[in-house]
Design a protein around this ligand. Structure first.
Ligand SMILES: NC(=O)c1ccc[n+]([C@@H]2O[C@H](COP(=O)([O-])OP(=O)(O)OC[C@H]3O[C@@H](n4cnc5c(N)ncnc54)[C@H](O)[C@@H]3O)[C@@H](O)[C@H]2O)c1
Length: 349
C-alpha cells in the first residue's frame, strides 16, 4: 500500500481520495481553504463539491502543504487556472522519487502550455503522470465501473500508477502519447460547452452528434499539429471523455452551456456552475489554433459566443454555411504528414 497525498479537496480530489482509501492506501488531502477542511471534519462530506459522498474519517485532512513530504504519489486536483501557483509552492516539500499525477484538464492561459508542461517547469525533478478519461467524480466516488488512461513520457511511471490504482471498479490503460491525452482531455470541455449550448437552445440529437463528431475532428487536427498521435483521439482520453462530457448532466461544462443556450450570460453561467474548464480553455485553444494555423470552426464560434457577445443563431448560421467540404479533407493532410513521419504511404483517414 502507498502513501498518497492529494492537492485540492474539490470533487475530483475527494473522489480519488475515497477511491484510494477504499483500496487501503494511506491518504492525505490538502486544501488551501480551511472552510473546506472544516466542513468535511464536521459533516463527513463537502456538500458544495461532492454532495452525498461520505469521506472516510481516516483520511488525513490538512491545510499544511508540507504534509506532502515523504509521499510516494502526489495527485493534483486543482483547476488549471490555479495549478501553477500550487505546484510551485508544493515543489519545496516534495521528496526525491515522488511521482506527480495530474488530473487537471486544460491549457494555461497566455502560454497555451499543457498542464504537465507547467508541472515540469515548477517541479523539474519529478516524473509526471497524466490521469485522464471519462471519469465523473460523482460516479468514481460511488464505485461505479470506470476506465481511464494514464500517460507518461517514461512508460514505467504510468505503469506504476496503473498497478497502484487498478481495482475492481477502476481499470487503467497506459499511453505514452502525453500530448494527445492532454489535448483530448482539455478540448473535450470546449465541445461539451458547445453541446450544452445546443441542448439549451432547443436543437436536437442530430445537432449534438454533429458537434461531437466534428468536434473530435478539430480536436484531432489541433492535437496532430501539436505533435500528438492520431490513434489517441479515438481512445479514452479523446472520444471516451468527449462522449461522457457531452452527454452527462454531471458535466459542469455541459450544464454551463445549457444555461447559456437558455439565454443566461456566460459570466453568470460560470458563476452559477463553478469550475467550468472549457470556458478558459476555449480562449487558450483559440490562440493556440491561430498560432498553429489549425482551423477550429466550432471553437471559433464558441469563442465568439463566450467572449464577443455573439448570438447562438448567428453562430449556427455561420457553421452551417461554411463552404462545402469533404469529410476528411483537413485530416487527410495532417494524417499524411503523420504517416510520412512514420515512413508509411497512403491517404486514408
Ligand atoms: N469533477 C470531475 O469529475 C473531474 C474529472 C476529471 C478531471 N477533473 C479535473 O480536475 C480539476 C479539478 O476539478 P474539480 O472538479 O475537482 O474542481 P472543484 O471546483 O470541485 O474543486 C477544485 C478544488 O481546487 C482547490 N482550489 C480551488 N482554487 C484554488 C486556489 N486558488 N488555490 C489552491 N487550491 C484551489 C480547492 O480545494 C477546490 O475545492 C479540473 O481541472 C477538472 O477538469 C475533474
Amino acid at each position: 500500500m502507498a502513501e498518497i497525498s492529494i492537492l485540492g479537496s474539490g470533487a475530483f480530489g475527494l473522489a480519488l481520495a475515497v477511491m484510494c482509501r477504499n483500496m487501503g492506501h494511506d491518504v492525505t488531502v490538502w486544501s488551501k481553504f480551511p472552510e473546506e477542511i472544516q466542513e468535511i471534519r464536521e459533516t463527513g462530506e463537502l456538500s458544495g463539491k461532492l454532495p452525498g459522498v461520505k469521506i472516510p474519517s481516516d483520511i488525513l485532512l490538512t491545510t499544511d502543504i508540507s504534509s506532502i513530504a515523504g509521499k510516494e504519489v502526489v495527485i493534483i486536483g486543482i483547476p488549471t487556472s490555479f495549478l501553477r501557483g500550487v505546484v510551485k509552492e508544493a515543489n519545496a516539500y516534495l521528496t526525491e522519487g515522488t511521482i506527480l499525477v495530474n488530473t487537471a484538464k486544460g491549457l494555461e492561459a497566455g502560454t497555451y502550455k499543457r498542464m504537465s508542461e507547467v508541472i515540469h517547469e515548477e517541479c523539474p525533478n519529478h516524473p509526471v503522470v497524466v490521469l485522464t478519461g471519462p471519469s465523473h467524480a460523482e460516479e468514481l466516488s460511488r464505485g461505479i465501473p470506470t476506465t481511464v488512461t494514464v500517460a507518461s513520457e517514461e512508460v514505467k511511471y504510468a505503469e506504476y500508477i496503473q498497478d497502484l490504482f487498478t481495482c475492481g471498479m477502476l481499470r487503467l490503460y497506459v499511453n505514452t502519447d502525453v500530448i494527445g491525452c492532454e489535448i483530448g482531455g482539455a478540448m473535450k470541455n470546449i465541445i461539451a460547452l458547445a453541446a450544452g449550448i445546443s441542448d439549451g437552445s432547443g436543437f436536437g440529437d442530430n445537432t449534438k452528434a454533429a458537434l461531437m463528431t466534428r468536434g473530435i475532428h478539430e480536436i484531432t487536427c489541433l492535437g496532430l499539429a501539436c505533435g500528438a498521435e492520431m490513434d489517441t483521439f479515438s481512445g479514452l482520453s479523446g472520444l471516451g471523455d468527449l462522449i461522457v462530457t457531452c452527454t452527462s448532466m454531471h458535466s459542469r461544462n455541459r450544464r454551463a452551456g445549457i444555461l447559456i443556450g437558455q439565454g443566461v450570460s456566460p459570466e453568470e453561467a460560470i458563476k452559477q456552475i463553478g469550475t467550468v474548464e472549457g470556458y478558459y480553455c476555449c480562449e487558450a485553444a483559440y490562440g493556440l489554433a491561430k498560432k498553429l494555423n489549425v482551423p477550429m470552426p466550432i471553437n471559433e464560434e464558441l469563442h465568439h459566443l463566450l467572449f464577443e457577445n455573439g448570438d447562438v443563431r448567428e453562430s449556427l448560421r455561420k457553421l452551417m454555411g461554411r463552404p462545402n467540404r469533404h469529410e476528411c479533407e483537413h485530416y487527410m493532410t495532417l494524417n499524411q504528414i503523420e504517416r510520412l513521419k512514420h515512413g508509411l504511404n497512403g491517404t486514408n483517414c
